[in-house]
Design a protein around this ligand. Structure first.
Ligand code: AMP
Ligand code: MG
Length: 282
């Protein structure tokens, strides 16, 4: 609610003002204060998946400053699922506009140490609640009305889970260089080291560049094991999602010329992982 404080969020992250912030609240009742309209299907999702990795984009009430929503008439609302954050939100008499604590465009943090490495000199405090459980950003579902919910960003809640609850939802996660919502930026979540799908590189030339790899469960046989991050030897897309960003960061700090990866299965959190890898490739 404090525009000066919100401006600092954008400055510290070097985040463009056209990228709206998600507003974090303690419970569903709070959402009624900040959304001017709360469609039935949105309520159903909130009942089942809040607290959790779900952001609902709803028509905003006037109390939310335009700065937070980048001038859009919609507000992104979410109840996060962490005891420390919930305790904080319950104690505050206002909601928290809160993005991921990383410089804009880079891989999202999943531990307090990641935050300290990149923003430690810019923020006064880091509240450390341990590593993120899910490890991906929230799934964003937009409601202009009750009939046509649209997923704007894939994330920690699977499409199947959403559709089991409210039926078919449309997907609008297209890549843009100038999007109306920057989860859609074509280059985002990026490592400094170039990242490519293995199908895009000539395996015979890989030996010449120092190459690391991020794989689902089976390491590539043409690279040394110690240069590879296996995200889930048990083939769980949830476990892979949990490990993804930390693996990207670790490899990014090892001075490889190239990081290669593969396409993950299109079920569970696989599509969200593929989305992040694709945007990291740019
Ligand atoms: P994060 O990157 O986790 O900070 O989440 C911010 C993302 O949420 C933005 O980049 C948008 O994709 C989405 N978002 C937040 N608020 C809105 C809104 N009012 N309308 C549309 N998308 C939004
Ligand atoms: Mg972010």
């Amino acid at each position: 609610m404090d525009e000066e404080a919100v401006t600092e969020i954008f400055q510290i992250k070097n985040r463009p003002f056209f990228d709206p912030l998600i507003v974090h609240i303690a419970d569903k009742k709070e959402a009624e204060k900040y959304a001017s309209y709360f469609p039935k299907k949105a309520k159903k999702l909130a009942n089942i998946f809040w607290p959790g990795p779900l952001t609902l984009v709803l028509p905003k009430s006037e109390t939310i400053p335009d700065l937070v929503t980048s001038g859009l008439p919609f507000v992104g609302l979410r109840v996060p699922n962490h005891p420390l954050t919930l305790q904080l939100l319950k104690q505050l008499p206002f909601p928290l506009a809160a993005p991921s604590a990383n410089p804009f465009g880079y891989v999202s943090p999943t531990t307090a140490k990641h935050v300290e490495e990149q923003l430690g000199d810019k923020v006064s405090y880091i509240l450390d609640g341990g590593p993120c459980e899910v490890g991906l950003e929230s799934t964003i579902v937009m409601f202009e009305n009750d009939e046509n919910p649209v997923i704007l960003r894939l994330g920690g809640l699977s499409i199947e889970a959403i559709e089991n609850c409210i039926g078919k939802v449309a997907l609008n996660i297209a890549s843009h260089s100038k999007p109306n919502s920057p989860g859609q930026l074509d280059k985002h979540y990026a490592t400094r080291t170039p990242l490519k799908l293995v199908s895009e590189v000539d395996i015979n030339t890989i030996g010449k560049s120092k190459t690391g790899a991020i794989v689902f469960y089976k390491p590539f046989d043409f690279l040394p094991l110690e240069d590879q991050k296996v995200l889930s030897s048990g083939k769980s897309t949830e476990e892979a999602a949990h490990n993804l960003f930390a693996a990207m960061r670790e490899l990014d700090n090892l001075n490889f010329d190239l990081i290669i990866t593969e396409t993950f299965p299109s079920k569970g959190l696989g599509p969200a992982i593929n989305d992040r890898l694709n945007r990291a490739r740019g």
